[in-house]
Design a protein. Structure first.
Lengths: 108, 90
């Protein structure tokens, strides 16, 4: 499958997905670590892609949504942002609602 | 070296967004040695207040900042932490 199709499929098929360096259990970057922790704190399951283990994704994800850095969080197929925005939404209590709504919608 | 980089970021943001307040903090030293720092790009915190952000959501604001420094992203910059506000916001 072509790489952009592969990224698009992962984004569309998962209500909540994070592209990060490492995994939520073994993050390999402070920004990825904090972002994954905020998602985990929302109490729902989410998908993750370790961009360090997938060089094609690492190279091409930045132009998929025109966002130059990692991590990237997508909810309901839409880019939410990176570390700063995800944490800001979490602190405002908005992330929890977005994640719960997306997971509920994905299960329906 | 790091002052030069902060200046490069400053020049671009001033030109693109005409900020009322702009702080650029170089955090590269904190990240020296980790995998991402190996590429040589720096870590910076950008605190910026501009009327250009009025009516824009978070993702649009971050994109505006990234767009302004696009030519040095990934070479001089490895990571940016961005706090972008309009003048009337706390």
């Amino acid at each position: 499958m072509e790489i952009m199709e592969r990224i698009d499929k992962a984004v569309k098929e998962n209500p909540v997905i994070i592209f990060m360096k490492g995994s939520p259990q073994m993050p390999q970057c402070g920004y990825s670590s904090r972002t994954a922790q905020a998602l985990m704190a929302c109490g729902e399951e989410f998908a993750h892609v370790n961009v360090l283990a997938d060089p094609e994704v690492f190279e091409n994800l930045p132009r998929y949504a025109n966002w130059p850095t990692f991590p990237q969080v997508y909810i309901n197929g839409e880019l939410i942002g990176g570390c700063d925005i995800t944490l800001e939404l979490y602190q405002k209590g908005e992330l929890q609602k977005m994640v719960k709504d997306a997971v509920a919608k994905g299960a329906a | 070296m790091s002052e030069d980089r902060s200046a490069m970021i400053r020049t671009r943001l001033v030109e693109a967004l005409n900020p009322e307040m702009l702080e650029i903090i170089d955090e590269s030293a904190k990240h020296a040695g980790h995998a991402g720092a190996a590429s040589g790009g720096g870590h910076f915190i950008v605190q910026i207040v501009s009327t250009a952000f009025e009516g824009k959501n978070l993702i649009q604001r971050h994109r505006m900042v990234y767009d302004a420094v696009d030519d040095i992203m990934h070479t001089e910059i490895h990571a940016l932490s961005i706090q972008a506000k309009a003048p009337d916001e706390p």
